[in-house]
Design a protein around this ligand. Structure first.
Ligand SMILES: [Fe+2]
Ligand SMILES: [Fe+2]
Length: 149
């Protein structure tokens, strides 16, 4: 089967995105740890682990197609100076993920590539959960700020 160049493009964009997410969450986790925010550091480390699992699934899919996994367009990490700034950057990053996976799953459905469609749809749902988690976390932080004055 001839490889669809646009599908390859989606796979490498997705891989670059996931590598960035691993790096961003991990950097933020370490920063939080340095600031003594141990619980937040743990949550961010956990996010980083989930993104690493996404990297693995994409690599597995690409290798299965005989493609060299090469996430070359690694966007810069946005760490933030406060936890609130970090979470805002993460929120934006998850929105980017959702945009990529929405387009990618629609495209693979259109070309009737079921395996790719399944992969992109699963990842889309997981990124939607990440976005929800971030929204709740941000709301809790803002609420705490109001209560603490
Ligand atoms: Fe991800
Ligand atoms: Fe995510």
């Amino acid at each position: 089967m001839l490889m669809d160049p646009k599908l390859i493009g989606f796979l490498s964009r997705a891989l670059s995105h996931e590598m960035r997410a691993v790096q961003q969450y991990l950097a933020q986790s370490v920063l939080c740890d340095m600031w003594g925010l141990t619980e937040d550091a743990g949550k961010l480390r956990n996010e980083s682990g989930e993104e690493l699992e996404h990297v693995e699934r994409l690599i597995r899919h690409m290798l299965g197609l005989g493609l060299v996994p090469n996430g070359t367009q690694l966007p810069p990490v946005r760490a933030g100076r406060t936890l609130r700034e970090m979470l805002a950057a993460d929120w934006q990053m998850e929105r980017d993920a959702i945009r990529i996976y929405t387009e990618a799953s629609r495209y693979s459905a259109r070309i009737r590539n079921n395996a790719a469609c399944q992969l992109f749809t699963d990842l889309l749902h997981e990124e939607q959960k990440h976005l929800e988690l971030l929204q709740e976390w941000i709301m809790a932080l803002d609420q705490k700020e109001v209560t603490d004055g």
